[in-house]
Design a protein around this ligand. Structure first.
Ligand code: C5P
Length: 226
């Protein structure tokens, strides 16, 4: 929206996947390309905001005029976000952060085992969005937006995430929707906010899955990213 003026505001955006190393040549990751977060960074920058982008490994060019911090792991992304957090007015977490990492990173390449299986123990990564929800300023002067990509029960899961992680806005997209999800130049989302979601849900006697989703579809058709 060209009429939106973000001059004087600092926007912190996370984008892309994380890579969680197993040894010097292997890592765990996901299909995120970073397109969503990079498009948001460009849009915020064009609206006059002072934008910091914390990016996992992606094949995209750094947006012009945006301060880009490159990270690999979820822990590194967490450290970068914590370093920038107190200065940010708007925080948008579009990264697909790995929920788990191998509990041990081997210094040497793991050799093909004599056994037919290799067991890897995974431990939880910090949940950066949940941390942000807990630590945002209590006076409401920081706006926190999270993302949810689901393959089932989209609205119920998104609603629960909005509340659990104390978001001011939650952008939900369904991996199975045409034109939505990973690696697309378009997206198709439902935006939830605490007011809208509680109002919508209250009309349905406490069920977590409101049926009147039409007015909450920002775009009925997949929309191009910037
Ligand atoms: O709970 P789930 O991982 O699906 O939540 C997705 C949202 O949480 C996204 O906004 C993502 O950027 C954020 N997230 C995060 N740190 C994690 C996991 C998810 O910031 N470790």
């Amino acid at each position: 929206d060209a009429s939106c003026d973000l001059r004087g505001l600092r926007v912190l955006i996370t984008a892309g996947p994380t890579q969680e190393p197993l040894d010097p040549v292997r890592y765990l990751t996901n299909h995120s390309t970073g397109k969503m977060g990079y498009a948001l960074a460009r849009a915020a920058q064009s609206m006059g905001a002072d934008v910091t982008l914390v990016s996992g490994p992606v094949a995209l060019d750094e947006p012009d005029g945006v301060h880009t911090i490159h990270v690999q792991t979820a822990q590194e992304m967490f450290d970068a976000v914590r370093g920038q957090f107190s200065q940010a007015d708007i925080i948008i977490m579009a990264a697909a952060v790995g929920d788990f990492r191998p509990d041990h990173r081997s210094d040497q390449k793991i050799k093909k085992a004599a056994e037919s299986t290799l067991n890897i123990t995974l431990v939880h990564n910090p949940d950066i969005l949940a941390w942000a929800g807990e630590h945002k300023r209590k006076d409401g002067s920081q706006m926190l937006c999270g993302f949810a990509m689901e393959t089932q029960d989209l609205l119920a899961n998104a609603q629960s995430k909005l509340e659990r992680k104390h978001c001011d806005m939650l952008v939900a997209n369904n991996l199975n929707d045409p034109g939505a999800g990973f690696a697309h130049d378009t997206n198709r989302v439902v935006i939830l906010t605490p007011d809208i979601s509680s109002a919508a849900c209250s009309r349905h006697s406490g069920t977590a899955q409101p049926v009147d989703t039409q007015d909450r579809h920002v775009h009925a058709e997949p929309q191009p990213l910037m």
